[in-house]
Every structure is written in structure tokens, then in C-alpha cells.
Design a protein around this ligand. Structure first.
Ligand code: GLN
Length: 320
């Protein structure tokens, strides 16, 4: 066991430092999301040996949105294996917006599972025998990953479904190119539902710590995700997790991460730590402004970047 007091101090400082940052706007293209309190702000960390710390509005629930994408990808890999899964979705960064209505022209597949087209292909792969079954199966995994039952925010789901023409267009495009089957409404129900799972920042850090702990919840020791595929999800997050900011994120922060348009970001420090930030004001790419700022500073202070030559602060983590 190691002492995380340094980490606690740093997170407290970063909370104060970035609290006054009012940059960005709450997402409103899904009308229900526009009702979020823009001032909410929380940071949580969970270590792989089960220590945790949160600051701010860490009990406030928000919808997971795109942060479900690497987790849904993990489930698809477990059900279908790599070959079949990768015959429906690639692992190439697109450099385009998350909701682009496009396929990779070379492969005629979605670029990767972290953009909507890829996530809708993945939703089709995990949708289950009935609309309820596929969602319930995913919720079961998440319950193991966070250590409590989670539920869907039906108002957000219905709000997105009613205004989701763009995602419908993507689904029809995918069907046209035989990437998904004809059960388009079933697939979209799975996709909209999984985006609308309610979490708080502590839950997200626990999910990130479960991934960092190679699929096992660090508190209960129970397996939420199969060890074999955890690296697949981390690789996809590392290269594609922050949309068209992914390259810059890899350069500046250098850890696998995923953001969602409700304002959450989760970052995974392999075999060490799960980090989450919640702050609903987004930049023009759809990433939380304060989330990026906090993760950038935290990675700098603790030398978390995967290719950091000194790892000054993380030595104490690595000694664990
Ligand atoms: N449900 C959202 C959408 O499809 C998820 C997008 C996101 O979080 N970037 O538009």
C-alpha cells in the first residue's frame, strides 16, 4: 500500500485552480443535456489497490454518453472475438468529428469504435435478443465495474432518440454497407440507452480503475471485463478516445481516455489509477474544458504520460 496524500493534495489544488474556468458551453443538441448546471465540477481518483478520493460535486449523476463506447467495445470483443468484431469496425483514428456521417472509404467500415458510426456498429453487435436484454446485459457489467446498480436516464434517452436524425442517418448508412443488420431501431435503442446510463464522477473513476486493473474491480476483485481484451479498449482510447483532439491529447497528456458530451472524462493509468473529471462545459470538439485542463496538469505533475522520460511523481505510484 502506498500513501496517496500527494495525489489528494494535487487534486484539491487543481480543483481550486480550475474552478473559475468558465470556458466552453453545455451541449444542447440533445435538449435534455442543455439543462445541466454548467458550474458543476468534480474530480475523482481510484487506485488499483482500492484507495479513492473525490472533490467537488462527485455525487451528482450525469449521463455517461460516449464514455460507454470503449466498454461496449469490450463487450463486443468478448461476445464475438477480435476477427468478427473488427470485420464491423476499424481501429483507425478518423480525425473527424465524433458524429460524422462517414465510413472509412478504404474499408467501408466505421473508422473506430470511439466515433458514433463505430459505436452504432458495436451496439448492433451487443444488442441482444430483445431491446431490454442487450441493455440489461451491459448494465450488469457496469454494476460489477462500479460496485453498484446503475440505471438509464430515460428522459435523456428519449430526448436523444427524438432528435437523433444524424445517428439514424449513420445507422442507415451502416446498414446500406452491410455493417449492421436490418434491426435498425433495435440497434439505435441499444445505442441511445447505453449513452444514457447515469453515473457520478466516483463511478467513472471506479470504471477507469477497473480497466487500469485489467478488468477487475479493485474493491471487490470481481471481473467486469475479460483481461484478454482490456488492452484493445485502452489502445482504441489512446488513439481515438478524445475525438478529433485525440492526437493532441496523446501528445500532451499521453494516457488512454474517453470523453462524453455530458461533460465526463475518464482516464486510465495502466495498472495504477483511474481518474475522472466531470464538468459539463465543452469545447468545440465536445470535450469537457475543465476536464482537459485538469488531466493535462495532473499528467504533468505526476509524470503520467506513457512516454514520460522521468516519471517524477509517478514513482511513488509505481512503487506500489
Ligand atoms: N449520445 C451522444 C451522441 O450520439 C454521444 C456523443 C458523445 O458523447 N460524444 O450524439
Amino acid at each position: 500500500m502506498y500513501d496517496i496524500s500527494e495525489l489528494k493534495r494535487c487534486i484539491g489544488d487543481l480543483y481550486e485552480k480550475h474552478r473559475g474556468n468558465n470556458g466552453g458551453n453545455v451541449a444542447s443538441y440533445i435538449p435534455e443535456l442543455g439543462k445541466a448546471n454548467p458550474d458543476h465540477f468534480a474530480i475523482s481518483v481510484v487506485t488499483v489497490d482500492g484507495q479513492e478520493f473525490s472533490v467537488g460535486d462527485s455525487q451528482h449523476e450525469f449521463t455517461i454518453q460516449s464514455i460507454i463506447k470503449p466498454l461496449a467495445f469490450l463487450v463486443a470483443l468478448e461476445i464475438h472475438g477480435r476477427e468478427k468484431t473488427l470485420s464491423h469496425v476499424g481501429v483507425e483514428p478518423s480525425g473527424d468529428a465524433f458524429n460524422s456521417v462517414e465510413l472509412n472509404p478504404r474499408t467501408r467500415l466505421p473508422y473506430n469504435p470511439m466515433v458514433n458510426a463505430g459505436a452504432i456498429a458495436v451496439a448492433s453487435l451487443i444488442k441482444g435478443a430483445s431491446p431490454e436484454a442487450g441493455v440489461a446485459a451491459l448494465l450488469q457489467r457496469l454494476a460489477i465495474a462500479v460496485g453498484r446498480e446503475l440505471r438509464i436516464d430515460e428522459r435523456v434517452r428519449d430526448s436523444e432518440s427524438m432528435t437523433g436524425s444524424r445517428n439514424r442517418a449513420i445507422a442507415y448508412l451502416l446498414h446500406n454497407f452491410d455493417v449492421i443488420d436490418e434491426q435498425i431501431d433495435h440497434t439505435l435503442h441499444q445505442y441511445f440507452s447505453q449513452c444514457s446510463v447515469l453515473v457520478n464522477s466516483r463511478d467513472l473513476a471506479m470504471i477507469a480503475a477497473t480497466v487500469a486493473n485489467l478488468g477487475e474491480n479493485p474493491m471487490s476483485g470481481k471481473e467486469a471485463f475479460a483481461l484478454t481484451y482490456v488492452r484493445d479498449a485502452m489502445a482504441a482510447m489512446f488513439t481515438c478516445g478524445m475525438y478529433d483532439y485525440s492526437g493532441e491529447w496523446a501528445y500532451r497528456v499521453g494516457v488512454p481516455a474517453k470523453s462524453g458530451v455530458a461533460g465526463g472524462i475518464m482516464a486510465v493509468i495502466n495498472r495504477q489509477l483511474g481518474i475522472s473529471v466531470y464538468s459539463p462545459r465543452l469545447d468545440e470538439r465536445g470535450n469537457s474544458v475543465r476536464g482537459i485542463a485538469v488531466c493535462t496538469d495532473l499528467a504533468e505533475e505526476f509524470g503520467l504520460h506513457a512516454f514520460e522520460f522521468m516519471n517524477p511523481g509517478s514513482n511513488f505510484l509505481r512503487d506500489a
